[in-house]
Each structure stands twice: as C-alpha cells, then as structure tokens.
Design a binder for this molecule. Structure first.
Ligand code: B3K
Ligand code: ZN
Length: 898
C-alpha cells in the first residue's frame, strides 16, 4: 500500500510536516458533466523542514489518471492507485503537470466537483479536493491558485472561482472561458468553482480604508427575489468585522452562491462562499423569523472565516476548532450585537439562551455517548465525522471563556496578536492560546485542558452564611461525574473555570460583592471567580443578609452546575435575577425538575399532578409586561423531550412525552385566559417586519397558540389557527398555524382543518423547495397517536413524488426530522422506528456517506435507554454495521457498538 493510503485511525500524535511544498497551482478545467478534464500545473519543492522522501505521494480519489510531465517532459515513473498517485525519484524543485478526468454528473457524495440542478459546484473541505485533481490535500500546504474554466457558453454562461477575475472570452464551438486568480495563499480545501445558469444581486460598498468592493449573491434566476436579506447580512458582517475586530475584506470582490444540493450549511471558500439555499434564500412569504436569523448567522459565520480560517488556517484537521470554535464565537457575538448592540443585555441574552440550549441539548449528549471527544480530538477514522457540536459549539464556549476572563478589550488584544504572529500560516490551537495569554500577560497552561479533556464538567456548589461574621462562603468542587467511558481516559486534572456569580438579597436586588482580602466592594454585582482547583472556597465579606446565589451567570463556562435550590428559590430567581440568562435558567431548572419527577411517575404508571406553585411561577412570566416578548417566549417554552430524556437514569421517551404533554395541557387549561390575552395582544398586523422586536411578538403569540392547541376543548384554538393560517402574510405565522392545527388534531386522529391546511400549503408552495421541506418536516415531527402513528405517515411521504433521497435537505426534512426530532414516535416500543432508521442509513450510505453518517448518529445513545428500547436499537445498529460500506458510517456504528 502506498503512503497515501488512509490507515484506519489517524492520530494527532503522528503529525509530520509534508515532504514537499507546493508554491503555485494553475488549474485548467474543461467542464463536461460526465467527463471533466483537469490539467493541474504545480511548482513543487522539497520542504526544508521535513525528512527526505525519494517519492512524491499525492492524494487522489475517484480520478482517471491521464498523464504526468515534469519540467515539460513526460514523466514515466508515475503510478496511479486507489488513494492517489506516486511519482518515483523526483527532483528537488520542479514544475509538475498532471492531467486527470473526473465524473461530476455521477458524483452523489456532493464532495469534490459535482452537478446540481444542471450547474457545477465544488465542496472541498475536508478532503474533497483530491476528488478533483491529485494534490497534497492537507491544510498545511498553502499555495496561490490560478484557475481557468472552459465550458459551453449556452449551458454555463457564468464561470466563477476564487479571487479576482483576470480575463474572460469566447472560444470556438460555442465554448467560452474565464480565468481567475486568488492572490492569497490557501490550502486546497478552500478552492471552489461554480459554473452554470445563475444571476446575481450586486452591491458595491466601500470598506473601512475606502476601497471599493463588489458583493454578489448568485442564485438561480427564479430565486433572485429572495436574496436581499443575505446581501444585507453580508454588508452587516463586513461592517461588524471592521468595527469589532479591525478586520477588513481583503479581496476586490466577495461572492456567495446558493446551491440546493449541499451536505451542510455553507462553505467559506476564499472569496467564493458556497451556501446551501436554506441559508441564503428568504422572503417573508417563504422564510420564518428563525430562517432569517439563521441566514444572518451563517452569512456572518462564513464571512468571518475569511480571517479566522482562511488568512490563518489549521495546521491539521485535529485543530479544526481553531477556526470553527473561534468563528462560531464570532458569529454568535455578531448576532447578539445585531439584536441588542453592545449594551442591551436583555436582547443579547435571548441569543445567548438559544445558543446554550443547543449546546446543552446536543453537545452535552455528544459528551455522554461513544463519540465523546475533546475540542481538539486525538484521533479519527473519517474527519467528516468530526464537524461536531463539540468542535463547533463547545469550541465556541472555550473561546468565549477567554473573553470572560480578559474582557472584550483583552480578548481583542489577543486577537490582534494572533493575526500579527500568524497571518498567512497554518497553525494550532496552542498558537491561539499562546497569543491570548501573551497579549494579556497570563500563563494559560492550565487552560489547555479545555482542549484536551472530553466530557462535560460538573461543578457542585455548597454555600454557608455566617450571620454573626456577615460572611458568605461559596465552595466549588469540580469533576466529571460518571461521564461516558469514551471521555474518561482524557481527563487529567482540574480546569480553569471562569465562574460568574452574583448574590441576591431578600428584596430581589443584587448585593455588593467584596471578597475576603479586598478593601471594598466592587461596583459590578457580578464577579467572575477563577476556579482552578478541584475544590476551592470563595468567601464574601460584609454580607449583611443571607443571600441567594445566582450561579454561572450568562453561562460563563460549559459546565453543569449542581446546587440544591428549593422550588421557591427558583421561582424567586425567575422573578428577580438581574442576569437575564439566569432568570431563564431558573425557570428551566424548575420545569426540568418537575418534568423529570412526572416522567418517573409516568414510567411506573402513577397518576400525574403538578403543583399550583409551578403554574403560578409560569403565570407570572406570561403576564409580566416588563419582560420582552422574545424573553417570555423562551422562558415559557419547556425543555425539549430529547433533553429531558437525556437527564433520566434510563431514557424513556414515552414517559417524557407523557409528562411534558401533561404539563403543557395543565398550563394551557389553567392559564387559558392569559394565553388568549397574550395571543391577541402580540399580533403584528400590517406589513411584515423582520426586526427582533416584531419577531419577538410573533414568537410569543405563536407560543400562546401552541399552548391553546393543547386545551381539552381545542375548538377555539382551531378557529384561531385556521384564521391565522388563511390571513398570514409571512411564513412564521403560516407555519405556526399549520403546526398548531396538526397538533390539535392529533388527539382526534386527524381533523378536516389540518388536512385542508396541509393540502393548501403544498399547493401554494409547490415551486419552493425550501418550503416543501417544511411541509415534510412538520408532518414528520407532528404528534402521533395510537390510531395514527407518525411512522405510517412518514413511510407514505417517502413515496411522495416530491421526496428525493439524493437531496440532503429533503432527506433531512423527512427522515432526520422523524428520527432525531420526534423522539416519542421514533422510539415506538415495536421497534418500527429503528427498522426504518436502519433502512434509510443503508440506502443513504450508497448515495452520500456524509449524510448517512449524520443519520447514523441518531442511535448512538442507545445504551442509556430502557431495556426494551436498548435491544431494538442494538439490533438495528448491528444490521447497519453488517451492511454499510463507507468509512463514515462504519466509524459511527462501530463506535456505538464497541
Ligand atoms: N467549514 C465548513 C464545514 C465543512 C464540513 C465538511 N464536512 C462550514 C463552516 O463551518 O463554516
Ligand atoms: Zn465554520
């Protein structure tokens, strides 16, 4: 086997610099769907920092080798094999030209060069470039690229690649060409090309230093009316990166292209971002408020990668969080600034709450299963499986902790030093940490553990008040509890945890904070404690009354806090905490505790009941007009079924569903008048506005509608929802109304109103694939009943003419929605959900391994479920393990079964 053959497990410890470097690359494409010819001319030299290798090993996959020349002369010692190309005994410094052929039309993996909707697109991260041409396809090989595209002018009038357009023109036989040059060195994973029938929304803007920039959002012609929001988001991103980080757009033009077949959200190719249509196209009729917000976030994310990812990139894929964690942090801050500016803490908090909710539901679950890994993994089988919640979301929390420790200014100083040191380089997470440490004069050696230890840390808190001495001591203990075995072996010692705390007095106001040894109380009533030992006590002095602690304010570290609050104390925090995040948190703790008790009862068949005090706490939030609607919506939404099931000693989705539904019904019936009043009060008549305020009103109003749909007699809710559906001038209201109708009708085994609305929705939006995705998803996630299990509906929809397994968005909208977002139905006791899952993983594996592997992950927590479910899941996993072919899926199921 040649050196380029992929061994089973790739380890971080085995990193070695490349034996050769590539300085320049000139690519020529003759674009033909079934047979694209690629000519690749590279300037190659030996790497002075690597040990000598006689042969030059290039990676290549699914390529037909045609020829090799060195310095213009044919080179006979070139051997193509399954994993690439080996050139024997090459000189020290040479020009290499390789010609090869690939088949974009047949490429259903959507990695490399492929055809979608008759147009050409590429996706190269992480290892797709080797499916286009032979190359040192690794991020620490950075070269400058010139790209010539040739294609039929009628079929592919638009020809795009990275950087600046040098020239374009006609060729004989109805063909034409375009030549692009990217002046910045980049690794191959940032290469991109697009060719096809596309149109663009264009804007010209001036960057901070006064240079004019051309911005384009390229889409299919019929989607041009859905590009304004993406363009505005791009302009806002450019402004924000200048003002918050002093980072300017470095190219003369910046392009975003939308494609409907795409494995993930979007890709930050230099100057030519390629996006899933889902994160570009929006207008009020087709996109919800959540879609608008997601587009802003993803456009921001990919744009911010231009500096954090492209100008400074990763040395190897183990460092993925270097760019992803940092860029997620930057997009989260961008969205928060867009919603609330730098100072509106309540508005910023809504974004923070949403992000933490995702982290806790998804990343904490990842930590508890067989895929648990540190932010900087130690090994992988298939790198595409490591674009995870841990690398992205926990990685972002790790970056956020630097800012929490050093403040915004200190964080900025660290970023400035990072770019000063590493612009144009491929570096490591350690390099980033050192820049932050050095810029702030700190030793951050202990902080390294956040990158190397897997699992979710737990901080348990004990407090003691000494009334005579007016001292209040807070003792923190850290550890990991009994986390997943996969995480345990990485855990070496205590973390540096920035633990933000406030103390609240009997009147609900924050008390002054003075730690033992300080001469006076600080102005700020939130203090970030630097918690570095396994156990550590912090003592506050001059505490005039016994306070109630507000712990881990604004979720200052990605940990689980254990503290025995009483229900009354939680209700008090929910009503008074000055930290908006912790106000929300108190409500969630209260609800989670009740729901878990109820789920335990439901599991053993004990009748359910809910204490009036809990209803009263929710009623106060519902009617508190001093709170923003967006915040109230978040506070009134119960923790998800998946999150609750994960908290049980043995996950029991049916019991969780019963408990949660019981509480929703109880809150609906007990507060019926209030829900109705809120529904009326927060209507947004008139033209649709996409502002955070208007979307907050819609969110709260639609939450009220969803509770009203739980009423024992849902007639009134059905009337309101039908009217809302018919009158809606935006997708937020229309889809919320449809969802309310579906759920209100589930109890009765289906209703006329729900059916009619579903049919109407389909006919109205038949030509809008992204809306039809919603149509599938709404049905896949709907509540089921014994008479009408959702699996039957899903199987029927699989045969719908609009269903297409090859399109990842469509597959996700139906299959993933059912398997990952409808736990009560998916985990049916008869195992029907698992059988369906196995079929679909196997079918997808043959088409698109990356998408299949994502779906495969929906059973990874199988060991944590009740025995009957566990057996069914294991059988399904074993079936998949015995049939799948791809490295991607194999890694997932083998780890799950190990
Ligand atoms: N960097 C890409 C993700 C690539 C995923 C490859 N399987 C998008 C992003 O994080 O911005
Ligand atoms: Zn990213």
């Amino acid at each position: 086997m040649a050196d380029t053959a992929t061994p089973n497990v790739i380890r971080r410890a085995d990193y070695a610099p490349p034996a050769f470097l590539i300085d320049t690359v000139a690519l020529e494409f003759d674009l033909i769907p079934e047979r694209t010819v690629v000519r690749n001319t590279m300037r190659v030299c030996r790497n002075p920092d690597a040990s000598h290798a006689a042969n030059f090993e290039l990676m290549g996959e699914q390529l037909e080798f045609v020829s090799a020349t060195i310095d213009g002369a044919p080179f006979a010692q070139a051997h193509a094999h399954e994993h690439g190309l080996t050139l024997d005994n090459v000189p020290d410094n040479f020009e290499l030209t390789l010609t090869s052929i690939c088949n974009p039309a047949e490429n259903t993996t959507l990695s490399g060069l492929y055809v979608s909707g008759g147009n050409f697109f590429t996706q190269c991260e992480a290892e797709g470039f080797r499916r286009i041409t032979y190359f040192l396809d690794r991020p620490d090989v950075m070269a400058t690229f010139t790209v010539t595209l040739r294609a039929s002018k009628a079929d592919y009038p638009v020809l795009l690649s990275n950087g600046n357009l040098l020239e374009e023109g006609d060729l004989p036989d109805g063909r034409h060409f375009a030549r692009w040059e990217d002046p910045f060195r980049k690794p191959s994973y940032l290469f991109a090309l697009v060719a096809g029938k596309l149109v663009a929304l264009e804007e010209r803007v001036k960057s901070g230093s006064g240079k004019e920039k051309l911005l384009q959002v390229w889409v299919e012609p019929h989607d041009l009316d859905k590009t304004r929001h993406a363009m505005d988001s791009l302009i806002n991103s450019i402004r924000w990166d200048e003002s918050r980080f002093g980072l300017e757009l470095d190219l003369d033009r910046f392009m975003i292209v939308a494609v409907s077949d795409f494995n993930m959200g979007a890709m930050e190719n230099k100057g030519l971002n390629i996006f899933n249509t889902k994160y570009v196209l929006a207008n009020p009729e087709t996109a919800t408020d959540t879609d608008f917000a997601n587009i802003e976030a993803v456009v921001g994310h990919e744009y911010f990668h231009n500096w954090t990812g492209n100008r400074v990139t990763c040395r190897d894929w183990f460092q993925l969080s270097l760019k992803e964690g940092l860029t997620v942090f930057r997009d989260q801050e961008f969205s928060a600034d867009m919603a609330g500016g730098a100072t509106d803490e309540a508005a910023r908090a809504t974004k923070r709450i949403e992000d933490v909710r995702v982290l806790r539901q998804m990343q904490f679950a990842e930590d508890a299963g067989p895929m648990a890994h540190p932010v900087r993994p130690e090994s992988y089988v298939e790198i595409n499986n490591f674009y995870t919640m841990t690398v992205y979301e926990k990685g972002s929390e790790v970056v956020r902790m630097y800012q929490t420790l050093f403040g915004r200014d200190g964080f900025r100083k660290g970023m400035d030093l990072y770019f000063k040191r590493h612009d144009g380089q491929a570096v490591t997470c350690d390099d980033f940490r050192h820049a932050l440490a050095d810029a702030n004069g700190r030793d951050l050696a202990q902080f390294e553990r956040w990158y190397s230890q897997a699992g979710t840390p737990r901080v348990s808190v004990r407090t003691q008040y000494d009334a005579a001495q007016q001292r209040y001591s807070v003792t923190l203990t850290q550890g990991y509890g009994d986390t997943a075995p996969a995480a345990r072996e990485t855990q070496k010692g205590p973390l540096l945890i920035p633990f933000a705390i406030g103390l609240i007095g009997k009147d609900g106001h924050d008390l002054p904070l003075q730690l033992e040894g300080e001469t006076r109380a600080s102005e700020a009533t939130t203090r970030v404690l630097e918690f570095t030992q396994t156990e550590q006590t912090f003592t506050f002095v001059n505490v005039a009354q016994e306070p109630l602690p507000s712990l881990l304010r604004n979720f200052s570290a990605p940990v689980i806090v254990e503290y025995d609050y009483s229900a009354d104390q939680l209700a008090f925090l929910l009503a008074h905490d000055s930290d908006p995040f912790n106000r929300w948190e108190a409500g969630q703790r209260l609800a989670t505790r009740e729901l878990l008790t109820l789920a335990g009862r439901a599991a053993t068949g004990v009748p359910l009941q809910l204490d009036d005090s809990v209803v009263a706490a929710f009623a106060r939030v519902l009617t508190d007009e001093t709170l923003s609607p967006a915040f109230r919506e978040l506070a009134l939404m119960l923790p998800s079924e998946a999150y609750l099931a994960e908290q049980m000693a043995e996950s029991n989705p049916a019991a969780v569903h019963a408990a949660r539904q019981f509480v929703r019904k109880r809150l609906a019936n007990a507060l019926r008048k209030d829900w109705l009043a809120v529904y009326e009060k927060h209507r947004t008549p008139g033209a649709y506005e996409a502002t955070p305020e208007a979307s907050g009103h819609r969110a709260l109003k639609n939450l009220a509608l969803s509770y009203l749909a739980e009423l024992d007699d849902p007639a009134e809710a059905v009337r309101l929802a039908s009217a809302q559906y018919d009158a809606a001038n935006n997708m937020t209201d229309r889809s919320a109304a449809l969802s309310a109708l579906l759920n209100a009708s589930a109890a009765n085994g289906g209703s006329v109103e729900a059916h009619q609305a579903l049919d109407d929705f389909y006919r109205r939006f038949e030509k809008e694939p992204l809306v039809i995705d919603k149509w599938f998803a709404l049905q896949a996630t709907q509540r089921g009943s014994a008479q009408r299990p959702v699996i039957e509906i899903v199987r029927k929809l699989m045969a719908h003419p609009a269903f297409n397994l090859k399109n990842p968005n469509r597959a996700r909208s139906l299959i993933f929605s059912f398997c990952a977002a409808n736990p009560a139905q998916f985990h049916a006791e008869d195992g029907s959900g698992y059988a369906f899952w196995a079929e679909q993983v196997i079918a997808l594996d043959a088409i698109n391994p990356q998408v299949a592997a994502r779906l495969a992950r929906s059973l990874e927590l199988w060991r944590r479920f009740t025995p009957t479910l566990r057996d069914g899941m294991r059988a399904a996993l074993e079936k998949v393990a015995s049939q799948v072919k791809s490295r991607d899926v194999r890694e997932i199921v083998e780890k799950a079964l190990a």
